[in-house]
Design a protein around this ligand. Structure first.
Ligand SMILES: Cc1cc2nc3c(=O)[nH]c(=O)nc-3n(C[C@H](O)[C@H](O)[C@H](O)COP(=O)(O)OP(=O)(O)OC[C@H]3O[C@@H](n4cnc5c(N)ncnc54)[C@H](O)[C@@H]3O)c2cc1C
Length: 429
């Protein structure tokens, strides 16, 4: 009975906080401009069309995916016509007009190619915090002015050679040095500057079937990263990737963070994905491990970015699906994990990564009920995905960190496609 009362009031608190956040989002200045812009810019129109037209959505995203590999306007124009005139694609009249050219290398063809690539580039810049470190630093300054912290991620494709793995590490060492130089007292007040990294990029031959070998090789480079990060005063967070790498990632990090050299570090974090059926039990094991370790680590709780890929791959290979198949199950698991994570705030600090008002409101409600000290709980969003929510959270006095991916468009394409898929999914809040 006590439990029921607790959860009823928790639900009421969650809804009240969500209403408050929504009101703060609606009250933000500039929203009229965003609305006006949404109706006029081609990139916004592209997004709006995909919401109601699944056939167009698939072909448009295939086209965006292939775009960086096309080197001439004629090639782009040819692909535009080829992809967008396939059966099952319903074209809005503005797109029909754009495709109304006889030959890809004609003037109208070239104009169509330019219009389309400009729109995609504008779209990419909305989700990518800069193409180089100088641009990212400007983004960071803007975040600071709005009392938000950051984590920087270098965009990249899968690492397939050892030279690429070494280059990945070096890029992060350089990035951290530059971040440390540019770090202002504001960041010190908010929290440490932070980078986000992917374990698979530290070793090109990473293979869950050779867990020991992969762990040893990746760990070697991660040690270098962590040592530099400590000297520079930069925190390090590990993203979570596809399910096939999950156990290897958790085991590698748990092993490293138990080593005497790193055991006292409280500025390192890892990520759990609530769409995984075994994520709740992973969190339970992590709690036991953290108790043993004695120094807190941060857990970024997210729902998971590879849902379509996990579903398709497990079906193709006849494996059990590692992810929930209903969005509501992921959402419910996210809330259960939020509760468990926050209940263990003395050994696991919580970073709630979501653009869903309800998910963030739930975490705040639980944090309030448990009277969690502010430094043990923060909200996180991806750059460009939930600006209004981030601003509302920050205005309401919550700690907010924005995940800032940066880099060139080509390596960033798969990141862009994941964000577009999410932003145009009918299941989103
Ligand atoms: C700061 C930050 C860092 C992130 N880091 C990572 C990371 O390291 N690794 C990673 O994988 N993701 C990461 N993400 C992305 C995250 O996993 C989500 O993809 C994204 O935040 C969308 O979830 P939401 O709660 O914002 O939105 P919502 O719209 O509430 O949820 C969308 C999510 O629900 C899930 N979903 C959708 N349809 C279904 C379905 N039919 N059945 C079951 N589940 C479904 C998917 O996970 C989908 O992404 C990060 C997100 C943020 C904000």
């Amino acid at each position: 009975m006590k439990g029921t009362l607790f959860s009823q009031s928790s639900e009421q608190n969650t809804q009240a906080i969500a209403q408050q956040l929504i009101a703060a989002m609606q009250g933000q200045q500039g929203s009229w401009f965003a609305q006006l812009r949404d109706q006029t810019r081609l990139e916004d129109k592209l997004l709006n069309w995909t919401l109601n037209n699944p056939g167009l959505r698939v072909q448009l995203f295939r086209l965006i995916d292939v775009l960086p590999t096309l080197s001439t306007k004629a090639e782009i124009a040819r692909h535009l016509q080829e992809y967008l005139t396939l059966p099952g694609v319903e074209l809005p009249s503005a797109l029909k007009q754009l495709l109304n050219f006889a030959a890809p290398d004609s003037l109208p063809g070239q104009m169509a190619a330019t219009t389309f690539s400009t729109a995609v580039s504008a779209l990419a810049h909305r989700y990518i915090a800069g193409e180089n470190i100088t641009q990212v630093q400007k983004t960071i300054e803007k975040l600071h002015r709005n009392s938000m912290a950051f984590t920087v991620d270098i965009l990249g494709e899968a690492v397939i050679t050892e030279q690429e793995a070494a280059a990945y590490l070096q890029k992060y060492l350089d990035l951290m040095a530059q971040l440390a130089q540019g770090s202002s007292t504001t960041e010190a007040n908010l929290s440490k500057g932070q980078v986000s990294v992917k374990l698979t990029a530290f070793y090109s031959q990473i293979d869950p079937l050779d867990a020991q070998g992969s762990q040893a090789q990746a760990s070697d480079r991660i040690r270098t990263l962590l040592r530099h990060a400590q000297k520079l005063g930069i925190a390090v967070h590990f993203d979570m990737e596809q399910y096939v790498y999950k156990t290897l990632t958790l085991e590698t990090l748990k092993g490293l963070l138990m080593e005497p050299e790193f055991r006292d570090r409280n500025d390192i974090g890892l990520t759990l994905q609530a769409y995984l059926r075994d994520s709740y039990s992973d969190l339970q094991s992590l709690i036991e491990w953290a108790k043993l370790r004695g120094t807190p680590v941060t857990v970024r709780l997210v729902k998971g970015a590879y849902w379509d890929q996990e579903m398709i791959q497990s079906a193709q290979r006849g494996w059990q699906q590692p992810v929930y198949s209903a969005k509501a199950d992921t959402d419910a698991n996210f809330e259960r994990m939020t509760q468990l994570l926050l209940e263990n705030h003395s050994i696991l600090h919580a970073a709630i990564g979501s653009h869903n008002v309800r998910s963030q409101a739930k975490a705040i409600a639980v944090a309030n009920e448990l009277q969690i000290p502010p430094q043990r709980f923060e909200s996180q969003v991806l750059y460009g995905m939930a600006d209004k929510l981030a601003q509302a959270l920050s205005t309401e006095g919550h700690r907010v960190r924005v995940y800032c991916p940066y880099g060139e468009l080509i390596p960033g394409m798969s990141y862009l496609i994941r964000r577009l898929l999410e932003n145009t999914a009918n299941s989103s809040f």
